[in-house]
Design a protein around this ligand. Sequence first.
Ligand code: PGA
Length: 254
Amino acid sequence: MSKREVIIAGNWKMNFTNSEAKAFIEKLAVNIGDSSCNVVLAAPFTLLSVAKEAAKDTGINISSQNCHWEQSGAFTGEVSAPMLKDIGVEYTLIGHSERRAYFGESDSTVNLRTKASLASGIRPIVCIGETLEEREQELTEQVLKRQIDEGLCGIQSDLAKNIIVAYEPVWAIGTGKTATGEMAEEACAYVRNCLKSLFTEEVSEKMPILYGGSMNEKNCDELLSKENIDGGLIGGASLKCDIFTEMVKIGEMH
Ligand code: PGA
């Protein structure tokens, strides 16, 4: 059994209408009942209110996929942490590799967003991971260390324990190529060591680290059995309720 909470988080990315989201959550709630896993669904902004309503009285937690660092103001197209808190959102993804690759997200904006979400009482799921090129050049550890040191600097340890880190090798996202259990564990153990240096041993031991990247109902048991992998951030496989249900059930065994 995991020493830490097991988190099975779906990342819906830019998918679903409100009626599809509602139907998904209602079905999932019936399928999983009172799950021992922490089940989180990261939905697009337009679905959050309906998702929150559908998840009421279930154990399912709702996450946004981003949040801005300012509370309000002239930031057209952005949504702030207090605005998310206002509709009851409990989690937010931060620094997903698609935001880093296509929308100019950097370690310093990840840092600002992480601090803002913590200040509003929203748990950030901070995404990190190396590209294929970086892995081939044996830069994986250097990249992970930089993303952690710069993305999570200046945060007090008592707040840091609310952070969830998602290790998602970019080359494994949406490609069907999963890191082997050994590769993923090696990286996640390294991530925990970096967290230990930045915060304290006690805090780093409490922080959940998720694996993400083509995780599915077939490979998740092996990945979740690793000491430093406390859950999954699941993209493609989170769009099918039956498959996601299976993954929650597998998570319950860890
Ligand atoms: P994937 O996406 O499971 O489709 O690879 C994971 C993610 O991007 O969080």
